[in-house]
Each structure stands twice: as structure tokens, then as C-alpha cells.
Design a protein around this ligand. Structure first.
Ligand code: SAM
Length: 308
């Protein structure tokens, strides 16, 4: 199935779906996926139904996010339903607090991959960032994810003056463990936080370029990947004022309360489908809503013309 294209020629091949906005962590920089509103969570059946519509329109990959997705007691059912709907690659981003106990069940349900947020290997810094004494549990979750074949990738948001001194330690750790690492620059969702904590990864990128034995790019956002061993890479997520990043965006977002969201940075063109689904509309109507959302997509940063 060919993907839908937006007005800027960008295909929509993936979805980032929040299944809850509840979280047991309090990361001080959290963007809350650009949508901080209490709402009624979708049921696994509603998620499966909307996934079928997306699959029919060319979406092949889905990333489950939150809040913390593993807080949902029916998360296994959600994953199973998404696979049943025909999503080829279902992945999840988690703080791994509950991953140790759930990795096997998630893998059995069809979860293909997992991203683990691990912003520090120092327990004090970890607690400072997340508000929780959770380093040990997160590391156990990582071990279990490796054991269950969930191909974990570590997500580290690099924060000036907080964990920027740990970048190379984290790189060494991930290479040793044979897991991929994603170094993420702080997003500019909150301008005061951004000014205080944004750490540019350009110096790190320069070093990685010199060290890498191979280079490629993620289809999503064209994110660069520097391989430090045959199978392990460091991927850089640098979105700030980056039109190429936006041009490589192939994802639509879904909020936990059933709205299409065209961009993490925007809430002025959300399209609700859950209320309509609950009111009994048919699949053709839901498909139309999805198509409308795709037609509203717009790169946040464009060449030559940027939000200030
Ligand atoms: N609770 C889950 C977790 O910890 O992975 C999923 C939700 S969390 C919002 C998803 C990812 O976004 C995490 O890797 C998190 O570190 C990252 N993130 C949160 N706030 C961010 C920000 N302001 N800039 C860049 N990345 C951020």
C-alpha cells in the first residue's frame, strides 16, 4: 500500500501513538509529547481499529509512547491488537521501570523493539533528572529487553550542566552492551528550559564522524547514525532549527485521547477521531479524518522561513 503524501511531498509511513498521559516519573524537562491535557484514554479495541485504518493507508511502523506506556494494565492487549491490525514494526519508548517484569510478555505479544530512556548512569543524576530512584530497575529492564530480543535502543536527552559530561561514558556503555544509543538534543517546547539546558551535540558529532567505521541514516528525520562497531551505532536527534529533520518527518501523531496531531510543536490543528468513533461513525469517515490530518501536515522548520 502506497503511503499518503502531505502537501510538502512527505510520505506518512509511521505513527507515534500516546496511550496514556500518566507517568510515574517527573523528568523536569519532559515535553509530554507536546500535549498536556487530561482526557479519556483509548481502549485497546479503539486503538486496533484506528491502526487498521492507518495500515490501509500505507502506515507500516508505530511507536507507542506516553506518559509511561507500561503503566497501562492492558498494554499487552494494546500491542497484540496493533500487530493484529497489520502494523509491521511496533516499538515502544519507556522509562523501563516495569520492563523487567513485562519484557517477555511484550515480546510474546509481538513488540518488535524498545527504546529505553536512560539519561544517566549515575544514580544521583538519574534521580535528579527523573525524580525517581530508578536507575537499578531501568538497567534490569535493559538486561531483560536484551534477553527477550527486543533490540533495545537507549534514549539519552543531553542536558547542559546536568549530564553532558556523561556522553562518552554512555557511548562506551552502549557499545560494550551491544545496544544502540540515541543522543537527543533538548526540544524547544519550553523556551526557558531550552535556554538553560540545551546542549548542542555538534562537538560530539564531529568526534563521532572521525571515529565511525560506517555511517547511515534513519529513514525517520534522516537522523545520522555513526557506527562504532559492526552492529552498534550512535544516532543523533538534532531537531532545533533543522529543516532537513522536518523534511524527513514521516510520522503522524495520535494523542492518548484520540486526536490526530500533525507535529509535536503544534496543537492548533488537532483532529479528533475518538469522539466520532464513540458516536458510531463508520471506517470511511475515520479514513477521511486521517486524510485531513495528513493534508494539514507542515514542516515546523522550513528552509529560509522559521518560527522565531
Ligand atoms: N515515559 C516514556 C519514556 O520515558 O520513554 C515515554 C514518554 S517520553 C515523553 C518519550 C521520550 O521523549 C523520552 O526518551 C524522553 O526522554 C524524551 N523527551 C522528553 N522531553 C523531551 C524534551 N524536552 N526534549 C527532547 N526529548 C524529550
Amino acid at each position: 500500500m502506497k503511503p499518503l503524501m502531505d502537501r510538502f511531498g512527505r510520505p506518512v509511513r509511521s505513527v507515534r501513538i500516546s496511550v496514556t498521559n500518566r507517568c510515574n516519573y517527573r523528568c523536569f524537562f519532559c515535553h509530554r509529547e507536546g500535549y498536556d491535557i487530561e482526557g479519556s484514554e483509548m481502549t485497546p479495541q479503539e486503538i486496533e481499529r484506528i491502526m487498521r485504518i492507518l495500515v490501509r493507508n500505507g502506515v507500516t511502523r508505530a511507536k507507542i509512547t506516553g506518559g509511561e506506556p507500561l503503566l497501562r494494565s492492558d498494554i499487552i492487549e494494546i500491542v497484540r491488537g496493533m500487530k493484529r491490525a497489520g502494523i509491521r514494526e511496533v516499538s515502544m519508548t519507556t522509562n523501563a521501570w516495569r520492563l523487567g517484569e513485562l519484557a517477555e510478555k511484550l515480546s510474546d505479544a509481538g513488540l518488535d523493539r524498545v527504546n529505553i530512556s536512560l539519561h544517566s548512569l549515575d544514580s544521583k543524576t538519574y534521580k535528579f533528572i527523573t525524580g525517581v530512584n530508578g536507575l537499578e530497575r531501568a538497567l534490569k529492564g535493559l538486561d531483560e529487553a536484551i534477553r527477550m530480543g527486543l533490540k533495545p535502543k537507549i534514549n539519552m536527552v543531553v542536558l547542559r550542566g546536568v549530564n553532558d559530561g556523561e556522553v562518552w561514558r554512555m557511548i562506551e556503555f552502549s557499545v560494550k552492551r551491544g545496544v544502540n544509543l540515541q543522543l537527543i538534543e533538548l526540544l524547544d517546547t519550553d523556551i526557558d528550559l531550552f535556554k538553560k539546558y540545551h546542549f548542542s551535540l555538534s562537538g560530539v558529532e564531529k568526534k563521532l564522524r572521525d571515529m565511525a567505521i560506517k555511517f547511515d541514516q534513519n529513514v525517520l528525520h534522516g537522523r545520522p547514525r555513526y557506527y562504532l562497531s559492526k552492529n552498534t551505532y550512535v544516532e543523533l536527534v538534532r531537531s532545533f532549527r533543522n529543516p532537513l529533520f522536518c523534511m524527513g518527518c514521516d510520522r503522524i501523531r495520535i494523542t492518548h485521547d484520540g486526536k490526530f496531531k500533525t507535529c509535536i510543536m503544534r496543537n492548533d490543528n488537532l483532529i479528533d477521531f475518538l469522539e466520532k468513533m464513540r458516536a458510531g461513525v463508520g471506517d470511511e469517515e475515520l479514513e477521511k479524518l486521517f486524510r485531513s490530518a495528513v493534508s494539514l501536515r507542515e514542516p515546523y522548520y522550513k528552509l529560509g522561513k522559521n518560527p522565531t
